[in-house]
Design a protein around this ligand. Sequence first.
Ligand code: ADP
Ligand code: MG
Length: 693
Amino acid sequence: MNSLTTSTSLQSIKGVGPARADALSAIGINTVSDLLHYYPRKHLDRTTVTPISKLKRDMAATVIGKVEAADMRRGKRRQYFQAILSDGKGMMTLTWFNGARYIKKAIKVGDRLAVNGKVEFFNGFQIVHPEYDKLKDDEDPVNSGLVIPLYSIPSELKKTRLDSRGLRRLIKTISDGLKEIPDHFSPEFRKANALIHINSALRNIHFAESEDVLKAATHRLKFDEHYFLQMLMALRKSSLQQTGTKALNKIGPQVKLISDSLDFELTDAQKKVIKEIKDDMARPFSMNRLLQGDVGSGKTIVSVLAAAIAVANNVQVAVMAPTEILAHQHLFSFKKHAETAHMTCAILVGGTPTKERRAILDGLAEGRIDIIIGTHALIQKDVQFKSLGLAIVDEQHRFGVLQRGDLTSKGLNPHLLAMTATPIPRTLAITYHGDMDLSIIDEMPKNRIPVVTKVVEETRLKKVYDFMKSEVAAGRQCMVVYPLVEETEKSDLAAAVEMHANLSEKIFPELIVGLIHGRMKKDEKDAVMDAYARNEIHILISTTVIEVGIDIPNATVMLIEHADRFGLTQLHQLRGRVGRGSEKSYCILVRRNFTDNSKKRLRIMESTNDGFVISDEDLKIRGPGEFFGIRQSGFLKYKIADMVTDGPILRQARQAAFELVKDDPNLNQPQHELIRMRFMAEYQDKLDRVNIS
Ligand code: ADP
Ligand code: MG
């Protein structure tokens, strides 16, 4: 035997005919190597299988047993299929309402099944629509200590009658026939990082003799996935560091003028990140830095000082924000400081009138404008700079990578400072933004009083409204946020309008209640915001257009309707709109969905004001794809790695990958050939910002 190599095509394997080869190819499996890297979706062993006698209501469990009875039953409306499963010590019911006829053909009395699903209690334990796999009689992980792999079987494979068991047999054939696979990591490296040989890992991930070996195999394969993604990040970073740019190392009067004019003292965290930015910009290589800081942590002044450093070096600064409201807010903050330091600044947005726009474009091209603030309008073709030296991007996760590139391409590799108030969990940050340096403001200005958060149900709303009246009577203002979900935008908008009518006419007839939403024209929005800022509106109802960007220190109550419809990170952002002044502030979350899950989620908001804790929870609940929105979810190729739980492995792999790239920035040293080949196999479609070929 031992005649197969990793590149052997699957057609030549016994049990794979042309139809199966096509089906496998359709899901990206073409070679022996691809099939070896098709890891089980889970394993059955003593630690993952629960005896029926130990089941509890609501647990997600895997159970193995024999089908004792199976038949269609008559329900009120239609027939369903039910099977009784016994594991020798207990019995349970499996029920299928959907696809009952199909299941009836598939499951017979006497079959041994591994089933998985949420356990309910209904005349005994039952699982409705369980996931199931058929097992052979001698496949008994509970009593034999055996580990049985189960694979996902996409519909392509099902059509060729390849099931989990068939796939297992196939992988066994190649695993037995395969020559020793050379490891891309050296023995010394493996020893230093406590990794088993790749050969052993790839075999044991499928056919482990014990739970311990399986663990070691899993660890090794997770490490590899993190390692190669981090290698991509390291290569991107190193290619940026090889890109020369103007060093902004002159110190002009601007920074001092602004610092001296502040009516507060910078926090230690702000001082630390300003130093990091300053040191970066002083080097003749492009800065690529992500500044993270919770809402209200004071990122704006940091960006103002970065801009001042740039202007002192005779280059221009572009500040890009995701919305017009935010751009105006930035203009407001920048303008004050710009005047103090004798810098010129202007704003360019989609709605800027043509004549004004012309003047601004000239000012930029001739270098008369030092700082330009704006939205997407900044990346249009005809916007030209005399010398763009620093690009600042606020809430950078809201922009695609492309737009960021578009902005930086307007200068000769300007320094880039990206800012975000979404506290991205560290593991996620170094996965998605692993090519950037991180600066974190982890400290709030000292004068802040934490916002008090309460989750309420409809029955308590009257009390809440009374409380809002008393706050307004004391001279303060309130906000009510209504969710606007894109697909149902119309009806939600209608609901917000209706709510405005109800609140202004029935609940607060004696107060001024305003409304702002995304469908309003810009002037209308501005007029409402101005009135609110002047305290001519007591209670402002808004859809989430207000999420970022408004800074009204007099607002002390934030009421969020249908709070269960928002992500935790978003709720945290909204909550950050209050508590900006010297008065105690409140965030009221109205829960109108009564699942346990929504309760648990909203409780987290009550228990902490720490954006990092919240984003970690959010990541656990929603997963990384949802976390940033769908846009980025195609990026990760993780098969076995998990950034929520792999923190330590990820950091270890990152360090190792960065060390290697530091040593061999173009991956062309002969001893790295295998690593390079493996890297290229994974990431050859992502080499656009990397200096290797
Ligand atoms: P964010 O990080 O959310 O962008 P901002 O930069 O808007 O926060 O800052 C929020 C408010 O805190 C602003 O009014 C700002 O002037 C103020 N601020 C910033 N730094 C400090 C500080 N060190 N001490 C007190 N107030 C500060
Ligand atoms: Mg901000």
